[in-house]
Design a binder for this molecule. Structure first.
Ligand code: SAH
Length: 211
């Protein structure tokens, strides 16, 4: 029942999220609140509060919770930020973002996943998330600039369009590479871009249909 989910979720935060090194109190509080079990297929919902990725259909996965938390923390979000996510998947990462900022836009290339994620987010009452079905490789130019962009699938190189769509002062986090991927954080300054590699990760590839 829901109270068990609540207990499991608090345990996930205490046993995995905090020990993974996440410190931002707002991110931690958000991980305590968002019901991850609602974003995974019913078959796997008993595993929702273990710190691992899970299948969501269409050969895609919902990311590992500690990685969701640390990528979110790295974006150093402010409430007034407008955030773009590429790779909606289940919608879980979008929900975490929606708790922290005023406006979230998210793009998913697998149409049924986009539809299901939009439905889950609506059921849970998130009104500040827009889900779009389509290719996110080129970002969402009509809505740019963004204060933060998070990519949850790995391109082989950083897409120039995403760098272009960052506001000055904005942050972009994404996995880059084919087999071995680095998790890179870009910061746009008045002069250009600063890049920092945070760790190694393994994400599904970012599909780039026009290549
Ligand atoms: N953030 C998700 C996990 C996403 S897995 C969550 O919280 O559940 C990565 C997702 O990126 C997959 O659903 C995949 O279909 C999507 N994807 C891959 N290439 C894409 C592209 N070019 N544009 C938009 N989405 C893409």
């Amino acid at each position: 029942m829901d109270s068990n989910r609540e207990i499991e979720r608090q345990r996930m935060v205490d046993q995995y999220i905090i020990p993974s090194g996440v410190k931002d109190p707002d991110v931690i509080a958000t991980m305590r609140r968002v019901p991850r079990h609602r974003f995974v297929p019913a078959l796997y919902s008993i595993f929702a509060y273990i710190d691992g990725p899970l299948p969501i259909g269409y050969s895609q996965t919902i990311s590992q919770p500690s990685l969701v938390a640390s990528m979110t923390e790295a974006l150093a979000l402010k409430k007034t930020d407008k955030v773009l996510e590429i790779g909606t998947g289940s919608g879980y990462q979008a929900a975490i973002l929606a708790e922290l900022v005023d406006k979230v836009l998210t793009i998913e290339i697998v149409e049924p996943l986009a539809r299901e994620a939009a439905q889950t987010l609506a059921e849970l009452g998130y009104k500040n998330v827009r889900v779009r079905a389509g290719d996110g490789y080129k970002g969402w130019p009509e809505e740019a600039p963004f204060n933060a962009i998070i990519v949850t699938a790995a391109p082989e190189q950083v897409p120039q369009a995403l760098l272009d769509q960052l506001a000055v002062g904005g942050r972009l986090i994404l996995p880059v590479g084919r087999d071995i991927q680095t998790l890179d954080l870009y910061h746009r300054t008045a002069e250009g871009y600063q890049r920092k590699t945070l760790t190694f990760v393994r994400f599904v590839p970012l599909v780039h249909p026009e290549k």
